[in-house]
Design a protein around this ligand. Structure first.
Ligand code: NCD
Length: 314
């Protein structure tokens, strides 16, 4: 029986700890002169992306390559989808070609779960609509933990997730994971960009960045997901920036020890100024580099290769 990673809720607390530990092993591998191990030699990993991506796709492909797997890349623009091929036929073709695992991104929430019910190989959700993006949350959690030298938990760490929470799969995965690890999460944004019913979310909510900023250890910014808005409901970016962009002045009112994070792509001048993005408090580039090791951990773990025996990696 294979396992897939579609949602953070697919993981037990033990799984999360194991993935964090394994990620750190791969951070060490990635720091070597030759950052490559034979762990998945002979396996084929396919990336199936129906939505644009820079870092997530490259990160998964690099992770698979560094584990010595072969990589099959599906690109929507040059695929048979334009000839009318269905999602099911596309996915089954990739399985028949010999893929042993599929990393999938799609604009529809629930699509990765659906494809996983059709196939006999593991799937990793690299973002499905506004639903989830579990590997982003894993890499964010390990980045926060390592920065604050917090060990295995995030107890007492205050995290503010700011901006377009309504359309953000990153926020949905992060709220679950960070709160399970003990962090206290506050969602911050104008009412129009927050989900209307948050009663089941383990979060506090605020419409005032000014109020929340002095209290938080992690300032986590989100991009406005313009592609998920119907045009008439698009907020004015200038209005949004006036109240919610993280500027140098605003960062000055946060704790000196606070860190700035963002899943990327960042839109300089909308949710973050260039100065803040490049400031020493910004861990945005660290998130990207940690992402490779975390995805190596996820691939390795889903292939069932990890039985608590790290020596089997090389
Ligand atoms: C995010 C995504 O695609 O969900 N990016 C990413 O994977 N790093 C966030 C975004 O696109 O704004």
């Amino acid at each position: 029986m294979h396992r897939s990673l579609v949602s953070i809720s697919d993981l037990t607390d033990e799984d999360i700890t194991e993935l964090m530990e394994l990620s750190r092993v791969f951070f060490e591998v990635n720091s070597r002169d030759i950052p490559k191990v034979p762990a998945l030699r002979g396996k084929t990993v396919a990336t199936l992306f129906f939505e644009n991506s820079t870092r997530t796709r490259l990160s998964f492909e690099l992770a698979a390559t560094r584990l010595s797997a072969d990589v099959l890349t599906f690109t929507l623009a040059s695929s048979s989808v334009s000839k009318g091929e269905s999602l099911r036929d596309t996915a089954e073709t990739i399985e028949s070609l010999g893929a042993d695992l599929i990393v999938m991104r799609h604009f529809s929430s629930g699509s990765v779960q659906l494809v996983s019910s059709w196939l006999d190989i593991p799937l990793v959700n690299a973002g499905d609509g506004a639903h989830e993006h579990p590997t982003q949350a894993l890499l964010d959690a390990v980045t926060i933990m390592d920065h604050f030298e917090a060990g295995k938990r995030l107890d007492g760490i205050e995290v503010a997730i700011i901006g377009d929470v309504l359309h953000s799969r990153v926020a949905r995965s992060n709220v679950q994971l960070l709160s399970r690890l003990g962090a206290r999460v506050t969602l911050v944004g104008p009412p129009a960009l927050l989900p209307t019913d948050l009663s089941l979310w383990p979060v506090k909510v605020s419409n005032s960045l000014e109020e929340v900023l002095p209290l938080c250890d992690v300032i986590y910014l989100l991009r406005i997901q313009s592609e998920r808005f119907s045009e008439s409901l698009m907020p004015s970016l200038a209005e949004f920036s006036k109240d919610f962009a993280l500027t140098h002045d605003r960062l000055g009112r946060a704790k000196k020890t606070a860190i700035v994070m963002h899943p990327g792509p960042i839109i300089r001048g909308v949710e973050i100024t260039a100065e803040v993005a490049d400031s020493p408090q910004s861990l945005i580039r660290k998130q990207v580099s940690n992402g490779v090791g975390v995805r190596m951990a996820v691939l390795y773990w889903l292939f069932g290769a990890y039985q608590g025996r790290l020596e089997s990696i090389w």
